[in-house]
Design a protein around this ligand. Structure first.
Ligand code: CP
Length: 314
């Protein structure tokens, strides 16, 4: 197995299949640690982790915080609303001030695509992308493929359908890169305004026939409509979207009996997915959240000098 030698995690696009697999194997080792009575390890003792979230988050922020605590790091949660960003301080000055306070890792979520890459150009410490605009959300994709591999035993050769708002979704982009690199067949489905055929150039199949997209899938990953990033109305209304594209009981009856139902959250129940399916036996939505903790422990460990699963000491 190769050894990890990156200081930052900025995207999935630049990772090789071997690097993704190394993160998954390291995550597996950390998941085992999390199932023990004593869940803490000293891997980041003495390090300071800053959660620099300039956009709302529940799962990612809390998961990174808990991951850092489990690794024995000191954690600072930056609250944009209560910060000097409100007084006109720039992102660069904010980040440099955090570094002056000895931040070793800055985990950033920002509405601007490229914000983590920008920080990585001048910060001495590590930068981890927790979601940048509609660009990428690498740890979400890593936890998604980790969950698929855990439940299905493999990723290569599986048919994965991503259904919903693809155009504005950083989760979709990171998932597409990860899934294709690991050998899955990726189908994208949703309204044509939100699933342009340009995604075919990445190697995906695009279809607007939702029944067909569901019928052949081993995995269905639902995405919500990202209203916060849409500058204009992309379809006639939520009612029409739900009637044509929602994963409801009638459509789900045509899915494979062993299909996995995934969603990165937050869920808009009754819009992109019926509540009974979201909470049903094929749903792994909460497993994704659980696995996110192990994956984020692995990422924090690797960007601070960990080389792979062999370095995970209980
Ligand atoms: N999946 C995800 O990024 O959720 P949050 O926005 O709650 O972090």
């Amino acid at each position: 197995m190769i050894s990890w030698n990156r200081k930052h995690l900025l995207d999935i696009e630049s990772l090789s299949a071997e690097e993704i697999t190394l993160v998954l194997e390291t995550s597996k080792a950390f998941k085992a640690v999390g199932e023990r009575a004593i869940k803490k390890v000293p891997a980041l003792r003495g390090k300071t982790v800053v959660n620099l979230f300039i956009e709302p988050s529940t799962r990612t922020r809390i998961s990174f915080e808990l991951a850092a605590l489990r690794l024995t790091a000191d954690v600072i949660n930056f609250t944009a609303e209560a910060s000097s960003l409100k007084k006109g301080e720039t992102l660069k000055d904010t980040a440099r001030n955090l570094e002056a306070l000895n931040a070793d890792i800055i985990i950033i979520r920002h509405s601007a695509s490229g914000a983590p890459h920008f920080l990585s150009r001048f910060l001495r410490g590590s930068v981890v992308n927790a979601g940048d605009g509609a660009h990428e959300h690498p740890t979400q994709a890593l936890l998604d493929v980790f969950t698929i591999r855990e439940k299905k035993g493999r990723v290569a050769g599986l048919n994965v359908t991503i259904l919903g708002d693809i155009l504005y979704s950083r989760v979709a982009r990171s998932n597409i890169w990860a899934l294709l690199k690991l050998g899955a067949n990726v189908t994208l489905c949703g309204p044509s305004t939100l699933v342009p055929r340009v995604f075919e150039q990445m190697g995906c199949r695009v279809t607007y026939d939702v029944d067909e997209a569901i019928a052949g899938a081993d995995v269905i990953n639902l995405l919500r409509i990202q209203h916060e990033r849409q500058r204009q109305t992309m379809f006639p209304g939520i009612g029409e979207y739900t009637s044509v594209f929602s994963l409801n009981k009638v459509r789900f009856a045509k899915a494979k009996p062993d299909v996995l139902v995934m969603h990165p959250g937050p869920i808009n129940r009754g819009v992109e997915i019926n509540s009974e399916i979201a909470d049903g036996e094929r749903s792994v939505i909460l497993d994704q959240v659980t696995n996110g903790l192990a994956v984020r422990m692995a990422v924090l460990f690797l960007v601070t000098g960990g080389h792979g699963p062999q370095g995970v000491v209980a």
